[in-house]
Each structure stands twice: as structure tokens, then as C-alpha cells.
Ligand binder design. Sequence first.
Ligand code: ADP
Ligand code: MG
Length: 569
Amino acid sequence: MWGLNLQFGVGGVANLAYVVVVAAGAYTYAVLTLGPPAASGGFQHYVLGLRLPFPVALASAGLAGGVTGVLIGVTGLKRLRQDYQAMVMLVVSLMAGTVVAADTGLFNGNAGLSLIPNPISGVSGMTSGWPYVGIVAACCLIGFVVLRRFTTGPMGRALRAVRDDETAAAAIGKDVVRLRLVVQAAGGVFAGLSGALLVAFIGGWSPAAWAPVETLALLTAVIVGGMGSDAGATVGTLVVTVLLLQGVQFLPEIRSHPGLKEALGWMTLGAVTIAFIWVRPQGIVPERRPRHGREAPPTHVGRIEPLPPPASRPGAGGEAILEVERLVRRFGGVAAVDGASFTVRRGSITGLIGPNGAGKSTALSVISGFLEPGGGAVRFDGADVTGRPAHELARRGLVRTFQLAREFRGLTTLENLLVAAPGQRGEGAPGVLAGRRYWGGQERELVARARGLLAMFGMADREDEPARNLSGGQKRALEVMRALMTRPRLLLLDEPMAGLSPRLAERLEEVLLQLQRQGLSVLLVEHELDVVDRLCEQVVVMAQGRVISTGRMAELRTRREVQDAYVLG
Ligand code: ADP
Ligand code: MG
């Protein structure tokens, strides 16, 4: 259950094949603990039959769950939108059910497996189930501690960022596919373990026990309990399983309609899900985000730490950090970018202007790896990066912002900044396993840096606010700050001033000039020409996908082709 909350509530992966993973754990446990099929009288057929001890079988079930989770993830995740992904998962779970039911040699087919032992069944004189319940409770406790490590630290933050907006997550250098698979693996281990613990308790397992609808019950539990909240998932499971599915057992039996009670149960479940999505989408126990202690006041008010020095030759002031050559991008028959060439010099703020529809945003998307180029080349910092994925470019220091703000709405303002920091110790396996003492020191430095940025933009009082509550202008400022947290070397800004209050816009201008003095290069798309005039020495003018002019703003204003483009565009 917590596994599903990790995948769906925290990770945003609607894994409709979750029961398949539970079943994988259950079957693994069964065939590892059962004796050889012939020894049990030969009435059921299955593979293996190794009679392994409980802990080994349990661990194997966890492993099987993790592997199944990743396999399902690979089939369903790559390059698919979330709704398609949900469909794929549903199909996977239907197929898995059919295969297992039809193949009697593997897990005894439709009849299922029975007489599956559990650790106390061999001990003489133990007839009650309670000692086993104790073992299960202990496993749950350990599981919960591990789960909290996953969901509360920097790893959980990165996963939630991917859930809220995977495009924006890629823009700050997160490898979305890798994070999704990590979630599938971890959730799969939880599912596999729970499957094993379950079969060991009931002693039998058959395809009927893991019909695809069971996943829906679990998804309901996550939604009712509170998506992304560990406590919520627990409460939701109790409410849904106990109240709804067991509750209908007490209704009177109607002899003419034997399946009616069950159908009623599922209908209630559906109704409850819809009611919750409608009335209280955050669930019974809403997702809570951490607040950071205020004991340490911001250390660098009004100042930004120097950026790391450029990787290549020092003192190479005039040379290009970005070279765009005959770049092409078509949408259907329309060439949005049609052979555009220009350069951005290291340490400069270069303007990119042009009428609406000129192809400026599309050019930024192709350069930064969000759209495949239809032709041409992009060189960044001396290397050919044409067509490289966005997260890789972001890690190399080429970072863009979007024309429409893309905040991670479920994270606080401060977390939106923290999540963008590169090389976080808490985002790897050691960080998750070792917990705060491994990444706490780095986290404190990041908090200080993020507060420095917030102070620069006069938003220090908003740090614990969920980002969805910020004003439009604050969201846009947040996005620029988030990009700066990645320590970029070239920043591509898509109309950053649009929608900013005059005060915020003024701050942004100051910040950009200050960063430029520290070595940052910027490509600035902006329609406010006075801003371009103040910030940029070099300006590139685009119209209809092509570069029609370059030069200083003052010169460009007098040029005929530029005036025409603006009047005609
Ligand atoms: P700008 O940012 O300069 O205003 P854009 O790059 O947004 O221009 O758009 C350039 C052209 O490409 C426009 O004609 C626009 O309609 C078209 N375009 C942009 N994105 C898409 C898309 N995803 N699908 C189809 N056409 C698009
Ligand atoms: Mg645009």
C-alpha cells in the first residue's frame, strides 16, 4: 500500500498493474517455501519448490517485486504520457492474469497454490495466527521507517517535483526516467514483500486474488487517505478495506442475485472515490510539506554567491559559449524555426527579439533539448550538443525557463529552489538509506543559498508557502531563482519580465547584471524593448523562423527590415 502511495501519490505514476507486482511477490514466496510438487501428493503443479527458510523467501519476494516493478515501468514509462501509461499498465495486468491462469505448469494455473507454509506453521504447538501477526507488524514497522527515508528527504522532494511537472524537472537537470524507475523499483519491493506476507498468512494464492480491480481499491485508498502522505495511505487503507469491502458482508443476502453484494461494494468504492476527488481532493490526511527552522537568518542578503568559474580556458572573454547553426524545427508543414543561426558570447547578455510567432520560444526549446531539431547544429561550450536530452544539458550548465511559469505546485517556495540544486547527496541510494546525517550538512548550505535568492527578490516571507499559492509574478520570479539554483553557465530566459510587478522586474534586472559581472551568460527573449536596450549589447532579431538582423538595440531600431517585421508580424 505504501508502495503504491510512493509510486502514485509521491511519484505520480498511476501504476494500475500494482497487483501484478504484489502477485509476483506472493508467487515467489510460495514456490520458494513450498516443498517439491511431487512430495505434496502431486495435486498441484508449479516450478521450483525449494523449501527455503522464511527470511530468504521473503527477501526474494521483495526482489521479485522490485524487478517486476521495473519491468512494468520500462514497458509503460518510456516516452508515454501519463494517461497512456495508465492504459498500458491496465493491459499489462490483464495479460499477466491471463498468462498465469492459463499456464498450469508455472503456478498451478487458475486453481492456484495452496498449503503455502509460514514461519510458525512448522513450529509444533503453535495453532494461533497471532505470532505471525506479530512478525507482520514488525515488518511493517521496519518498512515504514525505510519508506519515511524515501519520502521525506531530498529524494522524496525530487520525486514530487517530477510528479508535479516533469518538463520543469528536466529543465533543472532531473533525469525523469531514472527517477520513475527508482520509484517503480522501490514501490515494487514494498509490493513484493506485502504479497509474500499476505500469502504466508492465508496459505493460498490464485489468480482470483489479484484481479485488476484490486488495484483500483488500493488507488481509492491512496486518494481517500491523501495522496503523497504516508500516514494518509495507512488511514486510507484501513478505511477502504475495513469499512467498505468488509462492511457489505453484513448486508442481507439476496438469493436471486448472488453477486450483488460484491457489486455493491465496488459501486460504493467508486462513489467514494468520485466524492473525494470532488469534495476533498487532498484526502483525509493531506500531504504536508516541511518547514525549515528559522534559527539561522539569511546570510547573504542582497548578494549572490559567485558562480563556479567557466570550465574552459580562462580569460576567453570574447568567444562564443553558444553557437546555433541553421537550426530548423517544423510542426507539420510549418517551419517554426527555419534555418536560424546566431551566437551568444561568453559573459554577455544577448537579446532575442521578434514579433509574436517568430519562433523564439521554439528556438529556445530546441537549443535546450526539449524539442528534437529538424536540422542544424547547436554547440555549447565547445561541444556539439545537438539533440541531447534536456536534463543532460541542464547538468552541463545550459538551463532555460519557460514562457508560462511552471512551478512545482505541491512543494513550498523554498523547496522549489532546494530541489534544483545539482549533485545532492540525499538524491542517491546512500542518501536514502543513511538518512539525514548523510545529507543534512549540504542541505543547510542549500537552504542558506536559497534564502539568499529569496531575499534578493524580496520574497523571504513566502518561503513556506506552497508554490501554487504564489501570485503569477512571484511564480515567474520563482522560476528564474530555481534556474539560478542549478548554478547555470548559460541561462535561456523566455520573456522573464512578463507578468512581473514593476518592483520584481527591477530586481530581476539588477540580479541579471550582477550575475553577468560574475561570469554568467544569458540569452534573453523579451518583448519589452527598453529592457533589452538596458541589458543587452548584442541583440538578435527573428521573424518567421529566420534571423533577419543582429546588432545593438539602438542601431536595430533604425533598420528597415526590423521595423517591417514588427509592423507586418
Ligand atoms: P514566439 O515565441 O517567437 O512567439 P513560437 O516559437 O512560440 O514563437 O512559435 C513559432 C510558430 O510555431 C508559431 O507559428 C506557432 O504557432 C508555432 N508553434 C509553436 N509551438 C507549436 C506546437 N507545439 N505545435 C504546432 N505549432 C507550434
Ligand atoms: Mg514565445
